[in-house]
Ligand binder design. Structure first.
Ligand SMILES: CC(=O)N[C@@H](CCC[C@H](N)C(=O)O)C(=O)O
Length: 383
């Protein structure tokens, strides 16, 4: 089979888009990726399906004169979002959608892999199809399970994220911190239930949670140097069962973002203090759970990233855009702390933001992305 064509890649992307799966549940996606990869020329490929992380997939392409192993990572999970694009190939899985464009990430990786399955690379190439980027720390899990040891250890690692704010197919990057570090926040407020008519005999978890939410929103405006930046978003709140029963429990889930580890720790600390204050003022118990997982700030390696940017800037067929840091998180930050490398953006030109139910990436980005990455890898392997 020849390297995958633009039309074939679009069909692959549409199929992946139809079968989104949540973190660590990516069985159908894994099986489909495997099927596509097995149809490629196998002469230089070794495929690995790690039992310890069953939805992950690693493929090593044997180089002709290897000086190094270059890693390339694509994340494969989706989000609990009900799709509203109206596309003929919209998600077949209720309440799950590739709303972060990981279908594009996988397709670009397959395009690059199929090219190098036909044109043996000089260096070894390691493709890592990674489960669980949105939650459950797939990158960190893979590392801690030892998946990157021996011949599977990359000397340098690259990965992309799609970006609706950039023209389709444009490459964006920054030599520095590209993405924020994040901490998942879980808060349980425990009060005392009761009759709606007798609030003085209860400890209302809803009122305490409401006050807590408003106080948390003062952390960024009152405790953080305005010249620096951070984010606290509380995306999910659950409490109560019926209008006339005072709730004894409220659950709040959210995420903290900061461009440095110090910033994240400062926000974590203020959050703990505010939770304690709510306990005192409302007579409730507040359990605060913080989990950073592998969502460390995405720090691009200075030398490798300068080289990457230099190539992309000099390539007439690539539209390169120097970007600012973003408050998105990525567990590729963990892998870049273990292996030097570069994360970059691929433009998909859409009015909808990442994580929205109406995200519709422009598919012309796929082939442009594959071409830019193939060009960069060939350039890198000549160095
Ligand atoms: C690119 C992207 O959107 N990534 C996610 C990563 C989530 C990290 C973690 N589960 C959290 O919620 O903090 C993002 O939301 O930025």
């Amino acid at each position: 089979m020849a390297a995958l064509t633009e039309e074939e890649l679009i069909q692959i992307r549409r199929h992946l888009h139809e079968i989104p799966e949540l973190a660590l549940q990516e069985k159908e996606t894994h099986a489909y990726l495997l099927d596509v990869i097995k149809q490629m020329k196998q002469d230089y490929l070794t495929i690995r399906e790690p039992a310890e992380l069953p939805t992950a997939l690693l493929v090593l392409v044997k180089g002709s004169q290897p000086k190094r192993t270059i890693g390339y990572r694509a994340d494969i999970d989706a989000l609990p979002v009900e799709e509203e694009t109206g596309l003929p190939f919209k998600s077949k899985h209720p309440h799950v959608m590739h709303a972060c464009g990981h279908d594009i990430h996988m397709t670009v990786a397959l395009g690059v892999l199929s090219y190098f399955s036909e044109h043996q690379p000089k260096d070894n190439l390691l493709f890592f199809f990674q489960p669980a980027e949105e939650s459950e720390s797939g990158g960190k899990r893979a590392y801690e399970l030892g998946l990157f040891s021996g011949e599977w250890k990359p000397d340098e690692f690259y990965g992309l994220h799609d970006n609706p704010g950039l023209p389709a197919g444009a490459i964006g990057c920054l030599n520095g911190t590209l993405f924020a570090g994040t901490t998942e926040v879980n808060i349980d407020v425990w009060g005392k239930g009761g009759h709606a008519a007798f609030p003085h005999q209860a400890k209302d978890a809803v009122v305490a949670a409401a006050a807590l939410i408003m106080q948390i929103q003062t952390i960024i405006s009152r405790s953080i140097d305005p010249i620096q930046s951070g984010v606290v978003t509380l995306g999910k709140v659950e409490a109560g069962s019926i209008r006339n029963v005072i709730a004894d429990h409220a659950r709040i889930e959210g995420t903290i973002r900061g461009l440095t580890q110090k910033m994240i720790e400062l926000i974590d600390q203020r959050l703990a203090e505010i939770c304690h204050g709510i306990e005192l003022s409302f007579g409730v118990k507040v359990d605060l759970g913080l989990n950073q997982g592998g969502y460390w700030p995405v720090e691009n390696n200075p030398e490798l990233t300068a080289n990457f940017i230099n190539y992309m800037k000099g390539e007439p067929d690539v539209e390169f855009i120097e970007t600012k840091p973003a408050m998105t998180g990525e567990d590729f930050g963990f892998l870049l702390a273990k292996f030097p490398g570069t994360m970059f953006w691929l433009g998909i030109d859409d009015d909808s933001s990442l994580h929205s139910a109406t995200l519709k990436p422009k598919e012309e980005a796929i082939y442009k992305g594959v071409t830019a990455i193939n060009g960069f890898l060939n350039y890198r392997m000549d160095q």
